[in-house]
Design a protein around this ligand. Sequence first.
Ligand code: UTP
Length: 241
Amino acid sequence: MRDQQRARVSMSKQLRKKRVVIKLSGSIFSNSARSESIKEYGLMITELNRRVQPVVIAGGGNIARHYIDLARELGSDEASLDILGIEVSRLNARLLLHSVSSRVYPKVPTNLDEVSIAAETGEPVILGGLHPGQSTNATSALVAEKVKAKLFVNATDVNGIYDSDPNINRHAKIFKMVSIDKCIEVLGKNSSMAGKYDLMDMVALKIIERSRIPTVILRSSVTNIVKAIESDTKIGTRILV
Ligand code: UTP
């Protein structure tokens, strides 16, 4: 490579915004969702893109679970049920695309190579699931690994990771910070049936561990997500890697 060309490549790398991967809970797109709230997330993507490059993964939510439950009753195998869930999360990603009025990568990538190509444009990227057998959380961890994200924000419908199930134990305590080993211990026993992957599945945890991806799990709201990305405010649970 000639000197001039090399200098240009290194300059474009320096100018590249830091990437942040944001998993948005499927509950945002549930059948009771309002367009105003989806619009807020669209505006958030535009705002964040002034300083970082958001790569956003939409979850499947209760619409995915509804389809999965119906197809399970019809006798579908688990892999096909996963594919149904992926299709719904991609539909949610498409819906989110409609809420972004500024520049955004116009297509929903369907594999990791496409995610890389999309991310290289510097525009915000929005996608859903990628591979059967995992959750959109695992997909998000893989994407964070692939695009070398400086942060993975898992915006979900709980406040963070607890030492036991807060739905069962009302004395359960939330971790402000937790080691990845402890996370694997607490969350590792979760379900691996289509539509029933919990807060973080094992695939997600192992990817976070192997690539030391700084990760925050928080209750999804525009305010919380922006705080986690742009301020030092401690919010949700931070996984120490
Ligand atoms: P989600 O991971 O979004 O599940 O995908 P969820 O329970 O709705 O999570 P939240 O509520 O958004 O946080 C729905 C289903 O789609 C399949 C799985 O069966 C998953 O449970 N799926 C999704 C995959 O198999 N692979 C993917 O990459 C994504």
